[in-house]
Every structure is written in structure tokens, then in C-alpha cells.
Design a protein around this ligand. Sequence first.
Ligand code: PPS
Length: 301
Amino acid sequence: MSMLAEIDKLKLPRPELFDFHGVQMIHYFTDNWEAVQNFQARPDDILIATYPKAGTTWVSCILDLLYFGQTSPERQTSIPIYERVPFLEMFFPPILSGADQLEKLPTTPRLIKTHFPVQFVPKSFWEQNCRIIYVARNPKDNMVSYFHFDCMNCVEPDPGDWNSFFQRFMEGKMVFGSWYDHVSGWWKKKQTYSNIHYMFFEDLVEDTGREIDKLCSFLGLSPSAEVKQQITGEVQFDNMKKNSMANYSTIPVMNFKISPFMRKGKVGDWKEHLTVAQNEEFDKDFRNKMKEPTLQFRTEI
Ligand code: PPS
């Protein structure tokens, strides 16, 4: 916390996007590239991979509760989620890098967050046949959530106004690149690497309990019905929003006066943002760009 406060005091300029191996990135997620690429995954590591703003924190909290909720409940009330589930590629000195945090993590299995497109994942994850959970979110809500996040987070590039953000999202000029490439790249990987559970934000909103059941069967866990019910309750939006260990309120680089991290947690909020013309433009562009016919998204439930 004190180090984070120091970073806030630096009043950092907004980072610029640049092309990194064909993907738009910012230096905070590429400066530790060598160490991240050489990261030694363990067979029981669990990687939570998403395009930014697709439900990372939600699934991170679910997994943390599934693995550690019964054995060390104090974790949930004393350690922020970004320390329980370190962000692999994160590099904001003087804060410990994500890779270093992971080296020091005392708990097993290690739960690891990444926003990398599939081709950036360190090779040891594939060699160790680690379990990977990928969460995807429909592009319209994903884009709206990303816009508000970039407005309130001073270590993200300047979002500009909504109209320019909307254009740049379609062009893939976002941190971690194109949404299309991200969701499709991971979808394709599932065809050759079976240890991926590909899930959707919309399904989680629709029926959290059902999605927790699917996660348990993927992870080989069998919590009691009571425990599952308890977890389902704890990770409901309103509960996570008021939980300071889950809602990122302890991170000073985010200005909650502009927008809170736990903003709306809905499917269909895009309707409040996209104009009718933008929606038509987006749908047309989507039909051109989305090349995976089996990968379907719901923009309302
Ligand atoms: S990040 O910064 O990429 O890790 O963000 P991420 O956690 O992937 O996404 C943040 C969005 O997820 C919403 N969220 C939830 N929605 C419903 N229920 C729960 N429990 C929940 N937890 C997080 C969060 O509100 C962000 O979406 P928006 O649409 O902005 O509200």
C-alpha cells in the first residue's frame, strides 16, 4: 500500500501504446518480458486468462474461495485480490513484479492472472499442461467497461472521448491488442490444448451457480452444496462491490470518483453508450472480423 501510494504521488504521464510482436501494448506489461517468458509454471498452477474487463476479478474471487475459502478464510478479508491472484506480466517498479510475487506466493495451487493473447503465454504453462480458465465477454459490454476503466486508471493510455475509443476498439488499438484476435486466438487454442475451460461473462451473470459447477468439474473439485451456495452469494456483484479486498479500492492509481472498478456488472449496458449508428457500424464490422463461426456471444440475456 505504501509503495502504491508512492507511485500515485509520481503523477505518472499516461503510457503510450506501441506495437509489440504485432500486438498493441504498453510498457508496464512488456518491460519484464524476459523474466515473464522464462517463468517456470508448475503443473498445478491455474492460469486465469482474459481480455481486460471480461470478468477476471470475478473468476479470480470464485477460484480463491473454492481453493482457500474453507482452509484460510482470513485471506479473503485481509489480502487484496490482486495479491492473492498475481498478475503475471505486471511490472510497476517499485512494486514487486507479478512474476516475483508469484515466486514468493506461499499457497498452492498458485492462481495466476494474465491478459496476454495466447501467443504471449510463457511456454512452461503448455509444457506443464497447466489448467487454464479463459473468460470472454461480448465485445460491446467489454468495450464500454474498458472505456470507463481507461478513464479512471492513470496507468492506462488516455482513452480520449467515447467516439474515438469506439473506433480504436474496432481497430484493435487497445492494451493487449484486438478483442477479436484475443477471443479467437484462445478459442482456437482450445482445439489443440484440452486443458482450457472457455467460459463467458454472460453465462456467469445468468447463472453463477451453474458456472461454478462447471468450474468445479473442470478443476476436479467437489465442494458441498452449502459451500457452493455460500460462494455464489459472496461473489454476487453487490457483495464484491462493497468488499475492499475485491473491489480494487486499495489501489491509488484508480480514481473511483471518475468510475468505480465494480461499475455495473451487467449484460447490455452497451445500450446506454452506443448510438444506433454506432451499433450498426459495430455489427457490420463484427461480421467482417469475426472468423470463428462456432464462437458465439450474447449481447443480452
Ligand atoms: S480487469 O481490470 O481486466 O481485471 O477487470 P475484470 O475484472 O476483468 O472486469 C471488470 C468488469 O467485471 C465486472 N465484475 C462483475 N460483474 C458482475 N458480478 C461480479 N461479481 C463482478 N465482478 C466484477 C466489473 O463490474 C467490470 O464490468 P463493468 O461492466 O465495468 O461493470
